[in-house]
Design a protein around this ligand. Structure first.
Ligand SMILES: O=C(O)CCC(=O)C(=O)O
Ligand SMILES: [Fe+2]
Length: 338
């Protein structure tokens, strides 16, 4: 039964594995060379963003605004998550992925609403293993491995705090008071999930993708990117390699910020290329509104020259349109853009 589900899902992925057209940019063909360009992405020094020195804070808020407008992504340094916490998270996740397949199969499911979901794609086109868990408002985690739950919970709590602070700063970059987005999106009961990914080294030279080009659901994604590169972001029709600084956190603007800002800050197309030398483990946290929150363009971004460009849906409805972010190279945006 489980095998059948995996085969069906693999076929689904293979079927939709085709060039995507970025609505905001040029067409991107995934058959292009997988080697991206090494342009650096913006770096945001978190300690400056929350500095008591108004000049430093102002300057970093401006940098943040430019990063959201120009890249839809930035790398956060000096972010207050202890290095050894991050290291222990990577170790604990590696231990989980190293469990025997039969042990992980307990979490294999075809129901996208399940709170914990494990899966492995090992096809011609895609090679990755993942474990997804809903982590807020209620924290869910496999109990198979002693210690995994505690360490993840601690890390996610801190990542979430960082994410909320970044959303406050983003609120300011849009000209709002800092809690505007937080209150409007009811973040206190926000629906957050994580999706840890294990990308094994792929030795043959074909189809070295760990994840097809896709957009992420939610407001912001905070990513522990692992210690080697592999993540690529679309920028002006080119793929740029993210070369993470040690223990930095990569932030990606996701679909629901695009909807809220009526397209001013755009959701970012990204993909993962497998590293040929080292195994890579990554941990994205998808910060979202509460499930019952209605997400639509904020009135401040709508006028006669900028009519609403998105359908009005609750967060739950938009997750349902994309089967709760099944990795299929799509996003809820295709169903939401008018
Ligand atoms: O592994 C990465 O670097 C990115 C993962 C990702 O984009 C996702 O899980 O949506
Ligand atoms: Fe993603």
């Amino acid at each position: 039964m489980a095998e059948t589900n995996a085969t069906v899902n693999q076929k689904k992925i293979d079927d939709c594995y085709m060039p995507l057209v970025h609505s905001n940019s040029s067409s991107i063909n995934i058959d292009d060379s997988l080697s991206g360009v090494d342009d650096p992405i913006p770096i945001i020094d978190f300690s400056m963003l929350i500095s008591d020195d108004p000049d430093k804070q102002f300057k970093t808020t401006q940098d943040l605004r430019n990063a959201c407008l120009e890249y839809g992504s930035f790398m956060v340094i000096n972010h207050e998550l202890p290095d050894n916490l991050i290291m222990r998270v990577y170790e604990a996740l590696a231990q989980f992925f190293d469990l025997r397949k039969e042990e992980k199969r307990e979490y294999e499911t075809n129901d996208p609403t399940d709170m914990i979901r494990w899966g492995k794609w090992d096809g011609n086109l895609l090679s990755t293993e993942f474990i997804k868990m809903v982590v807020h408002p209620t924290f869910h985690c496999p109990t198979k491995l002693a210690g995994l739950s505690e360490i993840l919970q601690e890390c996610i709590k801190r990542m979430r705090e960082l994410g909320v602070q970044l959303l406050r700063a983003i609120s300011k970059t849009l000209g709002f008071e800092e809690c505007y987005i937080e209150k409007r999106m009811k973040l206190e009961s926000g629906h957050d999930f994580i999706s840890a990914n294990d990308y094994q080294v792929r030795l043959n030279s074909e189809n070295q993708l760990g994840q097809p080009p896709h957009y992420d659901t939610g407001l912001l994604v905070l990513l522990l990117p692992g210690e080697s590169n592999g993540l690529q972001l679309e920028h002006h029709g080119k793929w740029i390699n993210v070369n993470p600084q040690p223990n930095s956190i990569v932030v990606i603007i996701a679909d629901h910020i695009e909807i809220l800002t009526n397209g001013k800050y755009k959701s970012l197309l990204h993909r993962v290329v497998l590293n040929k030398k080292v195994r890579r483990i990554s941990l994205p946290l998808f910060l979202g509104p509460s499930l019952d929150t209605t997400v639509s363009p904020m009135p401040e971004f709508v006028d006669e020259h900028h009519p609403p460009a998105y359908l009005v849906k609750t967060y739950k409805e938009s997750l349902e349109t994309n089967q709760y972010q099944v990795i299929d190279g799509m996003s809820c945006m295709k169903n939401v853009r008018l």
